[in-house]
Every structure is written in C-alpha cells, then in structure tokens.
Design a protein around this ligand. Structure first.
Ligand code: ATP
Ligand code: MG
Length: 555
C-alpha cells in the first residue's frame, strides 16, 4: 500500500510496523470495544473517530466489539444505542458486530492452556485476602498458600468452578506471574471470578466470567486485531496485555497503544455519573439535549460532520488535557453557517403596532435563505400593521451603546421599513405590553429611500401569521470552574441549564420536518425537536451566535 503520512504518534507507530513488516500485507485492523453498560459520550466519539479513522486511512478494517464480560451491569438497550451512535457518526464496522461473550469458550480453553503451562492457578483466598496479600507500591506482595497447586488439581478445580460447584467469591483463577513485581498489575492478577448471574447474551450458560485484563487481549487476538488503541489508564496494564498473549498460537499478535482521554470543559465523561443524572431525574433521559452523550448531542442538533471535525482538530495526545467547549461550538457553527437556512423567530415577543400602516394591508417581503449560500434562494415573509419584535430589542431608557429601539428612536426592520417608536403602552403593573410606532413608507428595502442609514436592524415576525413555538435554551449542566471539592457532583448541577420560552416564528417554519436545523437570525442555531406537534413546534438551541452586545454587557 502507498505510504500514509503520519499526523500523530499512533500513525507513526503504525507506519513503523508497516515498514518493519510486523503484519502480513501491511494490514491494519483496529476495533472499538465499548462496554454496553450505558450510552456513549463525547469521549467515546473521539475513540470511534480515531479507530474507524485509522481503518479508513490505512484501508484497513475496524471491528465493533461489545466488551460484555460483566453480566450484572449490561443491557441490550445499550448495545442498540451504541450501534446507532457509531452509524450516525458515519462509520460502518467490519462484518457483524462482535461480542466478547462469543469467545467465552475459546477464552476458557486458553485459560486451561495457561494452567497446563503452569501460568495460572485456582486460588481460595477471599477478595479481601487477595487485596491484603497484594502489597502496595512500597511493600512487595505475598504469595498465596494455594499458589503451588498441581496442574491436575488446578484443571479440576477450574472445571468445577465452571460447573457451578462453588459460591461467588469462594474461588478465583489467577495468573501466576510475580508477587514481587514493581508493577502491581503484574502481581498474580485475577483472570476469572464466579458470578451466578444471567448474561444478556449467554443466559445461564456460564457462572464464571473472565476479567477485562484477560478477556481484552484474547478478544483482540481472536479477531486478529493489529493495533489495540486504548486510553492512558491502561498504560500500566500493557505488560499484562502482552503477558496474557505469551502462548497465543499466532505469530501476529496485537499490540496496545495508549492515548490521552478526551475531556471537555463542563462535560462529564463518566458513564457511571451520566447514569446517575438519568436515574435521579436531573435530566429527562440519556438523550436529554444537555447530556454530553452522543445521543444527547445529536438531539441537541449537532451534526456528525461537526463532531468528526472536532475530533480531527483536537488530534491525539499523549498527555491528559481538557479541551474547551467553545471549540466544539465553533465546529457546529462552521458547519451550519454554510448549510442552515435563516429564519426569523422572536424568542421573547413584544408586540408593536404601526399606527400609520393600513389595517388591511399585506406586503410580502423578500428575504434571502442564506447569504453565505447563493443557491439557497429566497422566501417571502408577510408584513402588516402588527408585528412582534424581541423584548430585548427595546429599552425605555437606553443605556450607552444600545442602538436598538427606544422612545423617539428609529431602527430598520430587516428587509422591510424603518420605524420609529412613538409611544410605550403599559399595563397596571407597569409592564410594557405594546409599542406604538410609525413606519416611513419611503424606506422599504429596495426602494431609493432605503439608502437612509439607521444604526439598528431588528428581526420581526408578523402577528397574524406567527407560528407559536416552544424554544428550549440550554446552558452547561456544570460550571467550568467546578473543582473536586468533595461534594457530590449532583449538588453542583447548574440551576439555569434549561430555559423554556414561548416564542413565535415566521410561517416558513411550518415547512420543515423534525430534525431540520436553521439559524434564527441574531439568536443562534436551532433544531426542530422530536417533541414537536403540528400545533406546537419545539426547538432546541444548538448554539448561540457570537453576540457583540452580550460581550459588551459582560464588560
Ligand atoms: P466510562 O469511564 O465512561 O465508563 P469506559 O472507558 O469505561 O468509559 P468503555 O465502554 O470501556 O468505557 O470505552 C470504550 C472505548 O472508548 C475504550 O477504548 C475507551 O478507552 C474509550 N474511551 C472512553 N472514554 C474516553 C474518553 N474520554 N476519551 C477517549 N476515549 C475514551
Ligand atoms: Mg472501560
């Protein structure tokens, strides 16, 4: 195969293997190995893009393998969601999806082989005793009194473990390595434990289950994976990964390469914590648009292209770091600014009446669908005497640098007329309920009078044709500044993560199906949520536009 220019250290290592002829035909075979115990999150998206991306770049293969060695926490629902997420990101795995549990018989046979070679033994110590005997960084471990059982006895006991003769915790199978090894991982790690639990695929066929550290290299070897890419916390396990394959009957063994986990500011990347957010009702489900799960990010309105672009831009690191959320937001804006049609919607409506505009008159105003895309065409928006503008676009006593509407001031209504505010109408509580304005008929966009310049340009929605909608605005669930201060993370959920507004939009909104994305002018990018009904569309704000006023206000 032609040479691939490496852009990161993993590709450099793969190139070295190819140059050295480690794998026949320069083959490259990766895998993505999720445990089906929750929905995937943004960190998994990185791992997916990396593994499948290498498969594509080297014209190799990538497997999807469910690491389902823990029967008590795994469910079919998670398997389906993981498949959906991988496909949504735009990747297709080699052949059928695979399961570590498909290899239980082969793993058992291989464990027996290690026993026969004197490399594994059945231990009767309890979990606590095993922990005590293991020692720590300063103290070497102590050998178990059962360590030197004969091969025959070990084979018999291991077979009996499989047959269900023993209770949970009564016996385990351990690798016989070195209780004094400086790397604690190598101090006779457990290979199999007894669990009298039903498995989501193998049912009650097994009551012994392999540990991850044993199951993973063996699964990789069975699938003839070449490069087993995992996150940094497994670096210390690499000698064990290699040790477990010492007697594997294949000259081409997989090798493990570690990279840094992806962390994103304000985003939790732990399935355990994400599950608590769901189970304790902090969010509406795994796909709540505030969740950093792939399904949450999808429902929020992100595109696969934006997520892939993000993973590409952050690259592959050898040291842990935290990526700023604003990079992810940049990627979705980059994608949508070229593709999303623009619409006018008013999130917090304030009614204005153009007192000098005839009551029964309608005009159609022409607006561009996307100024950045000449092929996107135009649409007509009806204009009349009563209109909605954004409440925040009016200030009764305007502060410095506020260039929008105020008593006696003029602004332009986008692609329509210049208007002036003549009167503020309030209710008994003193709240503004309506503005009485007048329009300048000479200034319609396109007419010579439209040359007249005013500072503010506002978006608007005609009252008569307004589509009422629910707009959901999101802020991160967690603040960026949060330190690990011992408090439970659930206590730190931000109170303002969801704001629901009764908004209005121009009639064109009705033409779009659920899942459509658009830019609401001056408000940001939105997606039509699946909670929409014909009477009441629901939109999620994907991301805001960069708002110069908001920045000034912060100052
Ligand atoms: P969690 O801690 O959220 O449960 P996990 O590592 O236990 O995550 P797995 O299902 O075992 O979840 O992960 C599947 C793959 O995704 C593994 O190869 C793992 O290394 C990788 N992965 C998990 N989290 C991240 C992350 N934050 N960044 C990059 N890769 C990740
Ligand atoms: Mg894991």
């Amino acid at each position: 195969m032609e040479e691939v220019t490496s852009t990161n250290f993993i590709e450099t290592e793969i190139n070295n293997d190819i140059a050295a002829g480690v794998y026949a035909d320069a083959r490259v075979h990766t895998r993505f190995p999720p445990e089906p115990n929750g929905y995937l999150h943004i960190g998994h998206a990185k791992s997916i893009c990396l593994n499948f991306g290498l498969g594509e770049k080297y014209r190799g293969l990538t497997n999807l393998r469910f690491d389902d060695t823990n029967p008590t926490k795994e469910e079919e629902e998670y398997v389906r969601s993981i498949e959906e997420d991988v496909r949504w990101l735009g990747f297709e795995w080699e052949g059928e999806e695979r399961y570590a549990s498909d290899y239980f018989e082969q793993m058992y046979d291989y464990a027996c082989r290690l026993i026969r070679e004197g490399s594994a033994y059945v231990d009767d110590l309890t979990t606590e005793e095993i922990r005590e005997y293991r020692g720590d960084f300063n103290t070497p471990g102590k050998e178990s009194p059962y360590r030197n059982r004969s091969v025959e006895e070990n084979l018999r006991l291991f077979a009996e473990m499989r047959e269900g003769k023993y209770a949970e915790g009564e016996k385990v199978l351990r690798a016989k390595i070195d209780m004094a090894a400086p790397n604690i991982v190598m101090r006779d790690p457990v290979m199999y434990r007894i669990l009298h639990a039903s498995h989501h695929r193998t049912g009650d066929a097994w009551c012994i289950y392999p540990m991850y550290d044993f199951a993973h290299p063996v699964s990789d070897a069975i699938e003839r994976i070449t490069h087993s890419i995992c996150t940094l916390e497994f670096e210390a396990h690499r000698p064990l990964y290699e040790w477990f394959l010492r007697s594997w009957p294949d000259a081409e063994l997989p090798r493990q390469i570690e990279f840094a986990r992806l962390n994103v500011t304000t985003m939790i990347t732990s399935k355990r914590k994400l599950r608590r957010l769901v189970e304790e009702g902090v969010v509406t489900g795994w796909d709540d648009p505030r969740m950093p799960t792939i399904s949450g990010i999808r429902r929020r309105g992100y595109t696969p292209a934006a997520l892939r672009d993000f993973c590409e831009r952050i690259g592959v690191a050898k040291n842990d770091s935290v990526v700023d959320l604003s990079l992810l937001e940049f990627c979705i804006r980059e994608d949508l600014k070229k593709t999303a049609p623009r619409l006018m919607a008013v999130l917090e409506p304030l009614k204005i009446v153009l007192t000098n505009y005839p009551e029964d008159k309608r005009e159609m105003m022409t607006l561009e669908n996307n100024p950045e895309d000449p092929d996107a065409g135009t649409r007509e928006v009806p204009f009349g005497r009563e209109l909605y503008i954004e409440r925040a676009d009016f200030m009764e006593e305007p502060v410095k640098k506020f260039f929008r509407l105020a008593p006696g001031r003029e602004v332009r209504l986008r692609n329509a007329y210049i208007i002036r505010c003549d009167e503020v109408v309030k209710n008994e509580a003193g709240e503004i309920t309506e503005l009485r304005c007048s329009y300048d008929p000479e200034t319609r966009s396109g007419l010579p009078g439209s040359q007249r310049k005013v500072k503010g340009v506002l978006h608007w929605v005609p009252v008569a044709e307004a589509v009422p909608l629910e707009a959901r605005l999101y802020e991160p669930l967690f603040s960026q500044e949060d330190e690990d201060d011992g408090r439970d993370f659930l206590e730190k959920v931000q109170p303002n993560s969801l704001t629901v507004l009764q908004a209005v939009a121009e009639p064109a909104l009705r033409e779009y199906p659920v899942g459509s994305r658009f830019q609401f002018q001056r408000q940001g990018y939105f997606v039509l949520d699946r909670d929409s009904t014909p009477e009441q569309p629901v939109v999620n704000r994907i991301v805001g536009l960069r708002d110069t006023w908001a920045k000034l206000q912060k100052k």
